[in-house]
Design a protein around this ligand. Sequence first.
Ligand code: ADP
Ligand code: MG
Length: 239
Amino acid sequence: MSAELRVEGLRRGFGGAVVLDGIDLTVPAGGCVALLGPSGTGKSTVLRLVAGLDTPDAGRVTAGGRDLSGLAPERRGTALVGQRPRLFPHLSVLDNVAFPLAVAGRRRGAARAEAAGHLDLVGLGDLARRRPATLSGGQEQRVALARALAANPAVLLLDEPFSALDPGVRAEMHRLLADLRSAVSPTVLLVTHDRQEAAALADTVAVLLDGRIAQHDAVEALHTRPASLAVHRFLGGLV
Ligand code: ADP
Ligand code: MG
């Protein structure tokens, strides 16, 4: 399942400071757009607004043409995975993944069977009974991805999901995400600091500067035809 994600005129300020000053961004159904920008520019805020964890001052978010304004997070068809997975320490890996299904009203047995399928999808079928504390960082992040996918989201929101991992594990996760995209093809909005990651995983890159999308283009075009000096400077300084 996937749906076109549209963000239109999104505004959000905190205590008088404007953080998002009218964000327009479209991610085609089944596509992957990387959202790139300096620290503190509001990338996480964009994802939180799309996920319904925060409310915009103005603007709207639609998925597959459906206006998500006012809908609770679990009713939006979105799932968010952050930098550090927040797994429930007292639940097994399997029950962590089954949790959103149980919340959605699935019976325990059915939820677990479905969750087992999602664990297989991220290559962790063997670790179903383990507790999160016994997992490596990469494994925990795989569980978080399985849990996000268990809700069968039309839109998957990833907030620097691999930045805390070692480079080798990160490369594994990149392969996993590519595989997941071909297996379940959700629409993906990926926040990252990592230009290589953006180039490897995303179809296009949107650069967030000073509260607006300064340019949304293919990676190549951002470098050869930056829309402004600010975009050029930002990409030049990016490691
Ligand atoms: P990024 O993810 O790009 O690093 P964030 O979206 O986390 O940036 O934050 C953007 C700005 O908004 C920062 O200045 C941050 O301090 C501020 N901010 C984010 N959330 C809140 C909040 N709940 N209350 C007050 N300020 C916030
Ligand atoms: Mg952030």
